[in-house]
Design a protein around this ligand. Sequence first.
Ligand code: F6P
Length: 356
Amino acid sequence: MEFKKIGVLTSGGDAPGMNAVIRAVTRVANAAGVETYGIFEGYQGLMDGNLVRLTGSDVSNIISKGGTMLYTARANEFKEPSGMEKALKTCKEHGIDGIIAIGGDGTFRGATDLSAHGIPTIGLTGTIDNDITATDYTVGFDTAMNTVLECVDRLRDTCESHARCSVVEVMGRDAGYIALQAGISVGAIGIVIKEFPFDEDAMMKRIIKSKKEGRRSFVVIVSEGVKDEEGKPFGEGLSKRIEEITNVETRFVRLAHIIRGGAPTLRDRLAASMMGSAAVKLLLEGKSNLVVCERNAEIVTYEINFALTLDKMYKNKLKQGDLDRFASSEIHEMEILAEVRRKEMLDMYNSAMSLM
Ligand code: F6P
């Protein structure tokens, strides 16, 4: 198939580096003589026909900008047959031969549906959470963690002055990667993530002991995904208990969307540029229904359904029948990849504990 026009969209939560992907896609496609169309607000724009031609100069100077120049949205109608019908109509009317979709797992579900309806689509990971099991890295993760570092370093200054503890909640609805890696890097005395049980008693003892030894400031990092028995954010209650048990004045801080904004770091600009270029090349080679991933510092691809199912396997969310369409060799590969990820996470968590 000869490609004349391709579309690019960003969907789901935004992530620093998405603009760098849009730039790479536009530049690489244009260099190959293929027109690029920027689709606004993800699948919503695809359904509404809200798109614009992008030239190389339209994407000048966006590599350093946070957010996404194409905006983003969560479009529920796209899951319905009526939404798909509208999207296909837009592709037909504008002559869009293929799409590159940047986002997380929701974005990939949309991408695989489009591929199944005859629009070749390649997915590219853009989410600060780094929680796509098929890839070692998702665009936006490094910037988000560096923002956590900057914020917590500031909190540390004021904690040191006042002899306080800060309990800092960071994003990561389904995964604790941000909390774990940032926690290690800010020298946290406690890290709470949903992947592993938290020994609260041991952390209280560490705080009391360090306080006796003369330490004045303490930081605890809690992942947003961890809730208490009542389903409330775990960090808020923990903060009160720290004050009661250790007698260290404690403040709870929620960084929330602050860590989703800002200029992408070098790591994110580079990953975005490499993955964006790879995505266009794959599309032009006639590939479809793939997600561009990074494994062991190399760009690799997986079939989107494989990546989504692997993710469910890693997160223990597999439902009856989810594995039926896969060959036993593929299931075996998923099991190995999920196990590798679990081990990496456990090793890092154990290192974090020994550093406290
Ligand atoms: O999926 C990325 C993420 O950053 C999660 O960590 C967080 O829970 C969620 O987005 C927040 O989404 P929203 O922008 O819709 O509040």
